[in-house]
Design a protein around this ligand. Structure first.
Ligand SMILES: C[S@@+](CC[C@H](N)C(=O)[O-])C[C@H]1O[C@@H](n2cnc3c(N)ncnc32)[C@H](O)[C@@H]1O
Length: 298
């Protein structure tokens, strides 16, 4: 799914695959009915649509709880403390173009951890600086800094709690992690991202809907060596599939990233950027999936 040969998998991934309960079975008709009904209920409650202001305060509240948990935790429990609250658990999971059912209700989160370790290993292990856009609880920066202790990490997010978490991790673990308040809808070009850095976004550009132009200008201006994005790419869904039609509906209700990949392709045509890889791994999500898009400015 992440285009890594088995012998090249990082040690920690092999260990996790060995230890976690990654078992599942294909969903039957009854399961599928339950899944679709749950989706329809979710849609009917109207809870899927949020304004940018509601969004910002929801993230600020959530990450403040993670910060409090972090302060109470020992370093070996930091990753657990930084787990976003929205990984509530489900017996359903989208896997390999199918709906599957699992007894491990945290399968989504556990595979998300494995997916990130694969992505970091494949694309980021040789860089000196990683700047994460929409860094959230800084869990990704923590994971990266575990394997790249000499690199510098910059977390940008509009939530103040994210910056406090970055500061806490930096101080307690003596790692080069800094956080800055930053609004991707109105990016501050004064933020220092050194030329040649890697720029990372995971489930963060998704929040921009169609409002990604300012961030594309920001990224191009910073001249990164590589941009690694694990985000929903609506262009990769198949409108003739029930599961994908539901995911598309969910993403559009949520106001997630739309037409971004098409824009990147246009930019590649104009020789402004080079796309190094763009594909859908077919790994859920309960309700939708992320795809990997890796590119660099020309
Ligand atoms: C779904 S969370 C993902 C967080 C993190 N990247 C992860 O993988 O766990 C989305 C993040 O994007 C941030 N975000 C959303 N809109 C933003 C904006 N306009 N500017 C900066 N950050 C934003 C939120 O505060 C939140 O931390």
């Amino acid at each position: 799914m992440f285009r890594i040969n088995v012998p090249d998998l990082p040690h920690r991934v092999v260990e996790l695959i060995g230890h976690q309960d990654l078992t599942y079975r294909p969903a039957g008709t009854r399961d599928l009915e339950e899944y679709v009904l749950h989706f329809l209920e979710l849609e009917n409650t109207g809870g899927l649509e949020r304004s940018p202001a509601e969004n910002r305060s929801a993230f600020e509240n959530g990450w403040t709880q993670n910060l409090e948990q972090l302060k109470r935790s020992k370093p070996e429990d930091y990753l657990q403390a930084l787990k976003p609250g929205y990984f509530r658990g489900s017996r359903f999971f989208r896997y390999n173009d199918r709906l599957v059912v699992t007894n491990n209700h945290q399968l989504e989160y556990e595979l998300f951890l494995i997916a990130r370790l694969c992505i970091f290993h494949a694309w980021l292990r040789n860089v000196d600086v990683v700047c994460e856009l929409g860094c959230g609880t800084c869990a990704n920066l923590l994971l990266l800094s575990d394997t790249m202790p000499d690199a510098a990490f910059i977390g940008l997010d509009w939530a103040r709690a994210s910056c406090e978490i970055a500061g806490h991790l930096s101080k307690r673990l003596s790692r080069n992690i800094s956080g800055h308040v930053f609004n991707m809808l109105e990016p501050d070009h004064g933020v220092d991202v050194p030329e040649g850095a890697a720029i990372l976004s995971i489930h963060a550009f998704e929040q921009l809907g169609r409002e990604f132009d300012a961030m594309l200008d920001f990224i191009l201006a910073k001249r990164p060596a590589i941009v690694v994005q694990y985000e929903p790419v609506l262009e990769f869904y198949n409108t003739n599939s029930l599961l994908d039609a539901l995911a598309l509906r969910y993403c559009r209700k949520r106001g997630y990233l739309e037409d971004y990949y098409t824009r990147l392709c246009d930019m590649q045509e104009k020789k402004l950027i080079k796309i190094l890889g763009a594909w859908r791994p077919y790994l859920g999500g309960v309700l939708h999936e992320s795809s990997l898009v890796v590119w660099r400015p020309c």
